[in-house]
Every structure is written in structure tokens, then in C-alpha cells.
Design a protein around this ligand. Structure first.
Ligand code: NAD
Length: 371
């Protein structure tokens, strides 16, 4: 499939497929969780990476070295030159190398249990749905889709094809981040009153897909603001009910298509409140949580190299782990045991609902908007 036609063909594909799903879902029984895999209980599950850009090359592929329950079995790439390099470096069998045109034939490949979508955001829905129809379990990178409707069509496709769907929320597998989640569940310091989360970086190349609305769906909000939404949700353990959002722009040329800097506030049912800022034009990476009787903070809160921080006076000094290895192992274990992923498609959809409400609030001049 030529890259230039991908956006419109993706839209058509999702529309056609979603329409078909409507009819299917009326007659189908409840989904089974996991399809049997060919590996048995002791073998590692095979993962195929789809899209060999930065994240696949620098984070996911090296992480397999630390994985215990899965291995890099295959690749899907549109760049011929990458095939030989990856085959050689990771010992990938020639028959496990696919491109975007012959991707469907992955269906008959018994080495590949899980397909991991690491493509630009606008391609997540199409490739998740194609992988599900090929009978493969799917991990899809964040943000799961460009809209709630697309995200729902991905969940439906996986359910219809009896495969599991997980979103690449690696922080749910990080021990220090899990401590923050535990405080929300066990409340040793009482209820959460306030969360502050900020994730921002200075983006480079002005021609990249992240700055094109049709490929990225939005700017900093879609890319890293989603971590702030995640943080507010897992630090409170609640789902937000309303949002107010404000946008700031300094470079109207570079960010003509997408948001540069956005701040927003979320209201939670308990009365907890969060305040966040994301940007493509500054650097910050932190999470602060204020409880009735204490506080916790993580800084950095989302970096691959290790999440650090403290809860009251206790320093969180867990030795850094490979978040990606734990995340892929975690999903492999879910598939093997038929236990739901801790970050299923539904988790991604909750963030998409907040993001849609955020953009609605921006369009309405920052008015309080129900989620
Ligand atoms: P990237 O631009 O480095 O890689 C994208 C890949 O998609 C490239 O190999 C490119 O060749 C391929 N591609 C296929 N068709 C394309 C097209 N039409 N236009 C552009 N590229 C096309 O991006 P990345 O940083 O690897 O991000 C990929 C996905 O992973 C994004 O959804 C991003 O949000 C996500 N991501 C997640 C994390 C995380 O920590 N979970 C970190 C980085 C990126």
C-alpha cells in the first residue's frame, strides 16, 4: 500500500469495517478471552513489530533481551532496506518478514501470536483491525486511535475475532508508578485531593507526521498529554466527569495544524481535582499527588530510563527495569492464561473520551465540558 494513500484508505477501511461490525455484533455470542496459542505453557510467545521507526528500533526491539515470556518473532515494514538489517540483528526467519501489502498472510504464521502496532497514530485502527481479522492478539501503541469511534471499532474487531487487545501503556508495569496506583486503592493517606501532572518536550523536525493533524490526530495532547490524563486517572483511581482546557501557541507556523501547549483541569466524582500541562515546546516531566494526609511525587514520571520519586519521606529507589519488557511479558502472560490485560483496549478508550472532551472544551473557549 503506498504511504501517501494510507490516510484516506484507512478512513474508508475503518468506516466499511465498522459498518460490518454493527451487523456482526447483533448475532455474535460473548467474546472468549484468549485464543489457544501454539506454544504450550512453557514456550515463549512470538511478537511481530509493525512499523520499525524510533520506538520499535530504540526501545521495543532491545527490550526483548530482558523479556522472559515473549520474543521478537517477526517484523512488518514498508522499507525494504530494514529487512536485512533486522533479520541479521535479531535472527528473524525470512518467512516472518512482512510488508504492508502481504500483511494479511501473517494469519497462517504459527510463529506469531501477537502483533504490536507501532505506526503513526492514524494507522493504529486500520492495522489493529487487520491484525485481529488475521486472528492475532494485538498490542497497539498510544494513543489507541484518533477518536472514540475508531477506538471502539478496534475493541469490537478484537472481540469479534476472539483475540485480546492491549494498549502500550508501559507505566502500568513500572514498580514506582504502581506504588502511586496502590495509594489510590488503599488510601493510607486518605482520599486524593489534587493531582498535578506535566509532560512536555521540545519537538524537532517540522515535517514529521506528529505535526500533521491527519496522521497524529492532534499535537502534544495526543502524543504526551495522554500521559497526564493517564496519571490523573491512576493517581485518583477515578474516572473524570468534566474538563476545562486552555491552549497557548507561540509558533503559529510550526504548529499550524496541531496544538503546541495545552493546559487543562479535570474534576473527579470524589471532589478530587487535577491540573495538567502538555507541550511540544518546553520540557517537563512530573507527577505530584496531594492526599488528605500526605503527598507523593514522581520526577521523571514517564521516562524510559527509570521513574523516580517519593511518597512522603520514603524515597522510591527501585532499580530501573525495562518497562517495555515487563509490558510485553505481561501481555504474553495474559494471552497464555486467558486473563484480561491490565491495560486493555477499554483503558485506551477512556483516555480517548477525555481527549475528545478536551478538544470540545478548547473549541468552546475553555468552557466546562462533560466527559
Ligand atoms: P516514528 O516516526 O519513528 O516511526 C513510525 C514508523 O511508521 C516508521 O517506521 C515509518 O516508516 C512507518 N510508517 C509507515 N507508514 C507511514 C506513513 N504513512 N507515514 C509515516 N510513517 C510511516 O514514530 P515512533 O516514535 O516510533 O512512534 C510510533 C508510535 O509509537 C506512535 O503511535 C507513538 O505515539 C508511539 N510511541 C509510544 C511510546 C511509548 O512510550 N509507549 C514512545 C514512542 C512512541
Amino acid at each position: 500500500m503506498p504511504q501517501t494513500n494510507l490516510s484516506s484508505s484507512r478512513r474508508n477501511f475503518v468506516q466499511r469495517f465498522s459498518a460490518g461490525l454493527g451487523a456482526l455484533s447483533l448475532s455474535s455470542a460473548l467474546p472468549r478471552l484468549a485464543a489457544a496459542t501454539s506454544k504450550g505453557k512453557s514456550g515463549k510467545l512470538g511478537i511481530a513489530l509493525v512499523g520499525l521507526g524510533n520506538y520499535s528500533t530504540k526501545q521495543l526491539a532491545p527490550a526483548f533481551e530482558h523479556a522472559k515470556g515473549c520474543y521478537l518473532a517477526g517484523i512488518v515494514t514498508g522499507t525494504k532496506a530494514k529487512e536485512a538489517v533486522w533479520k541479521e540483528k535479531y535472527g528473524i526467519k525470512p518467512q516472518n518478514v512482512y510488508n504492508y501489502d502481504n500483511f494479511e498472510s501473517i494469519a497462517s504464521n504459527k510463529d506469531i501470536d501477537i502483533v504490536y502496532i507501532v505506526l503513526p497514530n492514524s494507522m493504529h485502527a486500520e492495522y489493529t483491525i487487520r491484525a485481529a481479522r488475521a486472528g492475532k492478539h494485538v498490542i497497539c501503541e498510544k494513543p489507541m486511535a484518533l477518536s472514540v469511534a475508531e477506538g471502539q471499532s478496534m475493541i469490537d474487531a478484537c472481540r469479534e475475532n476472539d483475540v485480546m487487545l492491549s494498549i502500550g501503556y508501559r507505566l502500568h508495569f513500572d514498580p514506582n508508578t504502581r506504588e502511586i496506583m496502590k495509594l489510590a486503592a488503599e488510601k493510607p493517606y486518605g482520599n486524593v485531593r489534587y493531582v498535578q501532572s506535566e509532560v512536555a518536550f521540545t519537538i524537532g523536525d517540522p515535517t514529521q507526521w506528529r505535526l500533521k493533524k491527519d496522521m497524529a490526530g492532534g499535537g502534544a495532547v495526543m502524543d504526551v498529554g495522554i500521559y497526564c490524563i493517564q496519571a490523573a486517572r491512576y493517581a485518583t483511581g477515578e474516572e473524570p466527569i468534566a474538563i476545562r482546557a486552555q491552549e497557548f501557541k507561540t509558533d503559529w507556523e510550526k504548529f499550524k495544524d496541531v496544538d503546541e501547549t495545552v493546559s487543562w483541569q479535570l474534576e473527579f466524582p470524589s471532589g478530587a481535582y487535577s491540573s495538567s500541562t502538555t507541550s511540544y515546546n518546553m520540557r517537563t516531566n512530573r507527577l505530584y499527588v496531594s492526599y488528605q494526609k500526605g503527598a507523593a511525587n514522581l520526577e521523571p514520571a514517564t521516562k524510559y530510563t527509570g521513574i523516580k520519586g517519593q511518597i512522603q519521606k520514603r524515597i522510591l529507589d527501585v532499580t530501573p527495569i525495562s518497562q517495555q519488557a515487563r509490558q510485553m511479558d505481561g501481555f504474553a502472560q495474559s494471552v497464555r492464561s486467558g486473563t484480561p490485560s491490565i491495560v486493555p483496549g477499554e483503558e485506551g478508550l477512556k483516555d480517548m473520551k477525555v481527549i475528545e472532551a478536551l478538544y470540545r472544551s478548547l473549541a468552546n473557549g475553555g468552557k466546562r465540558t462533560l466527559i
